[in-house]
Design a protein around this ligand. Sequence first.
Ligand SMILES: NC(=O)c1ccc[n+]([C@@H]2O[C@H](COP(=O)([O-])OP(=O)(O)OC[C@H]3O[C@@H](n4cnc5c(N)ncnc54)[C@H](O)[C@@H]3O)[C@@H](O)[C@H]2O)c1
Length: 407
Amino acid sequence: MRLAVVGAGGYVGLATAVGMATLGHEVAGVDLDAQKVRELSLGRVPMTEPGVTGLLAEALAAGNLSFTTDPTAAVDGADFVFLAVGTPAGADGTPDLSQVMGAAKAAAAVATPGAVFVVKSTVPPAAYGDLADLLGDGFGLVAFPEFLREGKIVEDFFRPFRLVVGGEEAAMAAVLGLLSEVLEGRHPLSTGEPVTVVKTDIPTAALVKYAANSYLATRVSYANEVLRVAGAIGADPKTVFTALGLDPRIGSRYLRAGIGFGGPCLPKDIAGLQDVAAGAGCATPVLAGAEAGNLEQRRWVLAQVGELAGGLQGKRVLVLGITFKPDTSDTRDSVALAVATDLAAAGMEVVAYDPSVPAHEWPIGLQRTESPTAEKVDASALLVGDAGLLAKGLPEAPLFDPWQIRG
Ligand SMILES: NC(=O)c1ccc[n+]([C@@H]2O[C@H](COP(=O)([O-])OP(=O)(O)OC[C@H]3O[C@@H](n4cnc5c(N)ncnc54)[C@H](O)[C@@H]3O)[C@@H](O)[C@H]2O)c1
């Protein structure tokens, strides 16, 4: 099958393009970012993503994967048009759908009649109505929300926990047909087990995505709330979470206290779900509480640093790790960065270490060091994030338990 992947230079687009090409489809990836297109065409992956480089090289060598900045070249003649562009939060916190609508409009103008548009981007249910109006009757439309985790995009393409797809039966079946090797567990990179597929209508599929991310965010805020209570009463948080996780109704995964949830998905999706709910007249006190808890955790981190470092004003702090989580170079909406900003605003001199973030993506105004040791940068406080855990020469007694401060 011939596929166009719009937004192929991003995490979701690249996973889709490389994954589908590895399955033998003819894939043309299109991205507005000429630099990313150049890099990818040369076999270079523009972000930290384990496992992608090898598959990219194989697909480029096999000749069934290409990248372009020209939507016509990619979309004309394609049987499927995957939309994987960004949907960041707009200024008012609601999702900015301009990339999706712009990409869909450009693709629809040159797509072959009968092509199926597959939406991987996270968009609110109502956006599908706008997309259907824009596309008219000549094309199929399927919601195929993405659940991949950054740092694990290859694993999650070939071994998804489950797939959720929404739309007309024939169009859904056609899209799932592209993935039959994965669905039946037959691909060498798969588990060998069939994958559960939830087939539903478009609004339901869109809501599953928002509900999943909002739940994960809520769980993080819950864990952080328990951490704060444990600290206040002298209980041991590690033991509390270990014991909680042993209850199969609760489970241990994603129940870790830290500095709060961040990144390019959870904050905007929990805001997006609240916006959907408000539009439908539904109150969402749990979601609002999870967001409030996230801000409270940032205040708590500041207070902890102040207590441990004997005040903030004029002190120097070394932040080890500024990405939003392990195994990624992505700093979008990173809480580590937000905390660094808070500490600087409170009068600390902040120095940060993170070898995974390339110089051209380093946040403006944040002092960078290549040394992960507090002694070398003369810091009186140390925030140990994921880069810190990996760093050689970690001091013996960090002020924070790395387990607690992991973001
Ligand atoms: N990053 C994740 O972990 C993740 C996981 C699941 C779902 N999602 C969702 O998937 C979507 C994409 O996220 P991402 O993190 O991959 O985004 P990203 O910002 O990494 O990538 C988006 C890409 O789209 C390109 N682009 C924008 N407009 C374009 C256009 N008109 N034509 C061609 N290219 C265009 C950009 O240049 C960029 O390379 C979002 O809706 C996000 O919420 C992301």
